[in-house]
Design a protein around this ligand. Sequence first.
Ligand code: HEM
Length: 74
Amino acid sequence: MVYPTAAHLNPSVYDDPLSFNPWRWEGQKVNSGSENFMAFGGGSRFCSGAEFVKLCMAIFFHHLVTKYRYVQFD
Ligand code: HEM
C-alpha cells in the first residue's frame, strides 16, 4: 500500500517539503512509474485523465501569463 501524500512530503527526497516550491520536481523522474511523484495515482488505477488535464493546465497557464498584466501591491 502506497500513501502518495507521504511520498510527496518525504524530506529525504524533497528539501523543505512543506514550502511552496513548484520547481521541487525539476530533474526528478515524474512519469507514471515514479516512486516520488504520484499526483495521478499509479499502476492499474493510474488517472486516465492525466494527459488531458496536463494539456488543460498548460493552456490555462499560457493564457494566465500572456493575456493579463500583473502589478505588485505593497
Ligand atoms: C489535476 C487533475 C487530476 C488529478 C490530480 C487526478 C488524480 C487522480 C488520481 C490520484 C487517481 C487515482 C485514484 C485511485 O488510485 O483510486 C485518478 C483516477 C482517475 N482519474 Fe483523475 N485526476 C485528475 C483529473 C482527471 C480528469 C480531468 C479526468 C477525466 C477527464 C480524470 C479521470 C480519472 C479516472 C477515470 C480515474 C480512474 C482510473 C481507474 O481507476 O482506472 N482525472 N485521478
